[in-house]
Ligand binder design. Structure first.
Ligand SMILES: Nc1ncnc2c1ncn2[C@@H]1O[C@H](COP(=O)(O)OP(=O)(O)OP(=O)(O)O)[C@@H](O)[C@H]1O
Length: 327
């Protein structure tokens, strides 16, 4: 039984079609014109309990709008959606008790108070008894490596500490479903890694379901076996990141470090030469010919180092959408 299910889920926003300047404002005032923006178009997917799913797509693809429909913040224009057996937009208590939404660019903690005070407010809102709340705060604080910081006003915390405190606040009611929109936004590499480790650990310990958007591919590769890729409001891919990489890049990249210099043109027979400078060579080789070509390279040249990699997924997705836009 899926815990999140979307069927032909759609959202169209009606936006004012106003020309710039005073003239435009006056004209709009006298004769209002609107146009429809189809932010999400017939998106369908099902997520089973315990899955950690990445939600990818370029800016404006419709990720946040989808998350808002899944959490009941906005009403779908079409289709059906169910989360934890509830219709999100009804915002029933039973639903709110089972979900949480964390947005990297918004905060729910009270700026001038210590995070601990905000946690107590949250605990009261969710009807969590004091002793239970204290125990959960202690447990989550340990997992998140938070301590004395929680007694300082939130405004005095670093971005990374604040984000971890936000996560703690969002998880206090032990939701079964976590919707995370850019949870590592703006964090430095170390803080990103800590938030990531925490999420992986939390999922392992509690079996919570996670749907996560991130511009940092590192988050997605570290956490998600499955990814949904959305583009211009439509679902483009639903499956493993590996399969997405294979679909987008039917080749792999081979990087060689040679012992001896070789003349230009030497490697054209082995693949598409992306660069050849001094002892370093980068080749694109079709996946199905990889073993045979690498064996041939190793047989023919003195190779000091060899690395086989997939092209970066950001690059592949970027290329794909540029190709689509040009078509
Ligand atoms: N309240 C709104 N009113 C009108 N249009 C909106 C509204 N919210 C979103 N849109 C439009 O819907 C489309 C999808 O936006 P959305 O914020 O869901 O994208 P996103 O994938 O989350 O992008 P990003 O990665 O930049 O956050 C965009 O064209 C956006 O301008």
């Amino acid at each position: 039984m899926p815990i999140i299910e979307a069927r032909a889920l759609s959202k169209t926003f009606r936006v004012a079609d106003k020309r710039p300047g005073l003239g435009g404002t006056l004209r709009h005032f006298l004769r209002r014109r609107y146009r429809d923006v189809a932010a999400v178009r017939e998106v369908s997917f099902a997520i089973t309990p315990g899955e950690v799913v990445g939600f990818l797509g370029p800016n404006g693809a419709g990720k946040t709008t989808t998350l808002k429909m899944l959490t009941g913040l906005i009403e779908p224009s079409g289709g059906r959606v169910a989360v934890a057996g509830c219709v999100p937009f009804r915002r029933q208590e039973r639903f709110l008790q089972q979900i949480t939404l964390v947005m990297g660019n918004r905060q729910q903690l009270i700026w001038d108070l210590p995070a601990l005070d905000s946690f107590r407010v949250n605990a009261a809102v969710y009807g969590i008894p004091d002793r239970v709340a204290e125990r959960r705060i202690a447990q989550l604080a340990e997992m998140l490596e938070l301590g004395e910081e929680l007694r300082r006003p939130v405004r005095k915390l670093s971005l990374g500490q604040r984000m971890k405190a936000e996560l703690l606040a969002a998880l206090l009611h032990e939701p079964a479903v976590l919707f995370l929109d850019e949870p590592t936004l703006g964090l430095d590499v170390n803080a990103q890694a800590r938030v990531r480790d925490f999420l992986a650990d939390y999922n392992r310990r509690t079996g919570a379901t996670v749907l996560l958007t991130s511009h940092y591919m590192g988050d997605i590769t570290a956490l998600c076996r499955r990814v949904l890729l959305i583009h211009e409001g439509q679902l483009f891919h639903d499956g493993s990141l590996e399969r997405l990489t294979q679909e987008l890049a039917p080749h792999r990249e081979v990087r060689l470090e040679l012992q001896d210099l070789q003349p230009a043109g030497t490697f054209e027979a082995y693949g598409v030469v992306e660069s050849h400078q001094g002892h370093q060579v980068r080749l694109r080789i079709p996946r199905e010919q990889l073993t045979e070509r690498v064996a041939a390279l190793l047989g023919r040249f003195a190779v000091v180092d060899l690395e086989v990699a997939d092209p970066p997924i950001e690059q592949l997705i970027g290329e794909l959408f540029r190709r689509e836009a040009a078509a």
